[in-house]
Design a binder for this molecule. Structure first.
Ligand code: ADP
Ligand code: MG
Length: 624
């Protein structure tokens, strides 16, 4: 048989390499920005059209390229940054693989303009799918401009795989943040579809963080500085009380390169132990400087994961540096000053706790002002034993499950044959079987499940999931038919967000308005709200929006989300009664009724089982 192995032509090899280097427009942004930094640029401009699908352009004032280098830069493994394998162990440039431009040119229309400072004229090269279309001498300023158009034009499958513009733009902004944070002394600007979205003048690190994440960020930054032989740490962590649910503001830079490290993230989390509310994420912006010889950046083509020689030591130093800063800057207002001086357990937060935000998460946001139905007994008043529950909230609870009756929706009346009557909650399950059967039809188990009898046996309902389902359908209906009712706020509520978060809120604005929100203005990192959905307390608004932003962000990797659905899910999640909350009988009963008034009572909005049944037959079998 004849030989069958052959070398792949360059353009095919490049396309394959591109598969690794260029996943999406944001990858192009990262590579081009890094090249500009390696070229010692002092001002870098990023221009984006259609979330990078139509255009990604980076213009720098760096050292530029000669005509020969300009042409060579598109060859695979062509780099000016390393000369020998040894250089790999003392990298201080971003790039070194010499793959990016070759890969990008294989899968897009690329136009390069570049000129060196000591030259009169520069060079322009046009390449489409690895094919050089033209190379000419031009007049152009010192530095380099690289435009990448029609990404994946020759790989339709990859192009189709791209997510919505919202999602792709978010990835781009993430990369932009990372690069801009790693280099505060370089000026950056970003334009998206003709609008300037960021303008970051050269500054110090604190100012850079503030310029990116909003003026409000300033007050939350706690400096972290530590210099040891193996590791220098400098940067900031966010005060615990500002911690949000999103992981958006977690940055490690190792030798000025953004990296991801679950292990080091764990070190920070453990330094914050006891200081954060449930589910809240610490924010951090930390620069770690290590000897380049002690790390290996080569393990990942996009270079966001690196290998440290001695991770354990770094972990310990990082953790104690952050703990130290949190202590030194007297972060928790309730610090115990007679504390043990031992660094490892500096504060006894367990007992003192953080001042927790008292919020009322347990009400029906669309409660109408109808009087309570007759099934609502006043004796037990709908009060909660949960400590976070406000004292006037019982009133809301009275109406928790009324109000769904509108517009011909299937309602609790389907269950009208079940006679509910509230009992004092303390009544024992086993006290008097006959009486119980007659009067009490639901029981709460572990402040988590509601157990209810049905003709054929019993139901076990997950209270949190069930309430999510109820609220979710309410919200969806309100959004779809735009019937959300607003309550006017006495004073406009002013909330602060980063530019990026503002962009998200803007996108969801219309749907939010359908639920009853009224926005007076959304601009310059500030949202002014003059109306909120009926029965959404003011104190809850920022939490709802924050949760929403975090949900939209977390949705990013897997789907082109439907904003409406996501909004309904997110608000339902924020407002649903939680596991651990004790419910009176009437609250339990209303929840059961409302659940079975839903279109899809058997699953939560995230498709989790809301209840299970156990028939008498099944029980009988168990007793055999
Ligand atoms: P790498 O950055 O890994 O060296 P690239 O494919 O990104 O590989 O770039 C190839 C080469 O092109 C670089 O080594 C550099 O010499 C040159 N180059 C790329 N972008 C620029 C730029 N903006 N300014 C000056 N030179 C550049
Ligand atoms: Mg590069």
């Amino acid at each position: 048989m004849s030989d069958i192995i052959q070398l792949l032509p360059d353009h095919v090899a490049n396309q394959i390499a591109a598969g690794e280097v260029v996943q999406r427009p944001a990858s192009v942004v990262k590579e081009l920005l890094e090249n500009a930094i390696d070229a010692d640029a002092t001002v870098i401009k990023l221009i984006i059209k259609d979330a990078g699908k139509t255009l990604v352009q980076v213009i720098d004032d760096g050292k530029g390229m000669s005509a020969t280098d300009a042409r060579l830069s598109f060859e695979r493994h062509a780099t000016s940054k390393i000369k020998s394998a040894d250089d790999l162990f003392k990298l201080n440039t971003k790039g070194f693989r010499g793959e990016a431009l070759a890969s990008i040119a294989a899968i897009a229309h690329v136009e390069l303009k570049t000129k060196q400072d000591d030259q009169e004229l520069g060079t322009t090269i046009v390449i489409e799918g690895s094919e050089v279309k033209s190379q000419e001498v031009i007049v152009t300023p010192t530095g380099t401009s690289l435009s990448v158009k029609h990404l994946f034009f020759n790989i339709p499958a990859r192009r189709n795989f791209l997510k919505s513009n919202t999602v792709e733009l978010r990835h781009i902004i993430d990369e932009f943040h990372r690069v801009a944070l790693a280099h505060p002394s370089i000026g950056f600007s970003m334009f998206s579809n003709g609008t300037e979205t960021y303008n970051l003048p050269p500054s110090n690190y604190r100012q850079r963080i503030v310029n990116i994440f909003g003026t409000k960020t300033n007050e939350k930054l706690v400096p972290v500085e530590e210099a040891t032989e193996v590791l220098i740490i400098s940067g900031f962590v966010g005060k615990p009380e500002f911690a949000k649910k999103s992981r958006n503001e977690q940055f490690f830079f190792v030798n000025n390169r953004f990296i991801k490290s679950a292990y080091l993230n764990h070190a920070i989390n453990s330094a914050f132990e006891g200081l954060l509310k449930d589910g809240a994420q610490p924010s951090y912006y930390l620069n770690l400087t290590v000897n380049p010889q002690t790390i290996d950046i080569n393990i990942h083509p996009t270079k966001t994961e690196i290998k440290f020689d001695d991770e354990h030591t770094l972990y310990a130093i990082l953790r104690s540096a952050v703990k130290h800063s949190l202590g030194q800057f007297n972060i928790a207002p309730v610090l115990d000053f007679d504390r043990d001086a031992n660094l490892d357990t500096p504060y006894s937060y367990e007992q003192k706790g953080m001042p927790s935000v008292e919020v009322d998460r347990s009400f029906n946001p669309f409660k109408q002002d109808t009087p309570p139905t007759k099934t609502v007994a006043s004796s037990s008043g709908g009060s909660f034993s949960s400590p976070s529950f406000k004292k006037d909230s019982g009133a809301n609870w009275d109406g928790l499950y009324v109000g769904l009756e509108s517009k011909g929706t299937k309602t609790a009346t389907d269950f009208s044959e079940i006679h509910f009557e509230s009992q004092p909650q303390t009544e024992s399950f086993f006290k008097n079987e006959n009486e119980v059967e007659q009067k009490q039809t639901t029981y709460q188990l572990n402040n988590k499940f509601i157990i209810s009898t049905i003709k054929s046996g019993m139901l076990v309902i997950d209270q949190h999931r069930a309430h999510q389902r109820v609220l979710y359908e309410d919200f969806l209906r309100h959004i779809t038919i735009k019937e959300g009712v607003s309550q006017q706020l006495l004073f406009p509520l002013e909330l602060h967000f980063s530019n990026q978060e503002i962009a998200l809120i803007n996108q969801l604005k219309e749907d939010l308005e359908s639920t009853g929100f009224i926005f007076q203005s959304i601009e310059n990192e500030t949202v002014q709200i003059t109306g909120v959905p009926v029965n959404v307390p003011e104190s809850e608004v920022s939490i709802i929006l924050e949760q929403l932003i975090s949900d939209v962000e977390n949705e990013v990797p897997d789907s082109n989300f439907s904003a409406t659905d996501l909004l309904a899910k997110s608000m339902a999640k924020s407002l649903a009664i939680k596991t651990g909350q004790s419910l009176t009988n009437q609250e339990q009963e209303h929840l059961v009724n409302r659940l079975f008034g839903c279109k899809e009572p058997n699953v939560s909005p995230t498709n989790k089982t809301t209840f299970v049944t156990m028939t008498v037959d099944e029980l009988d079998k168990k007793f055999m």
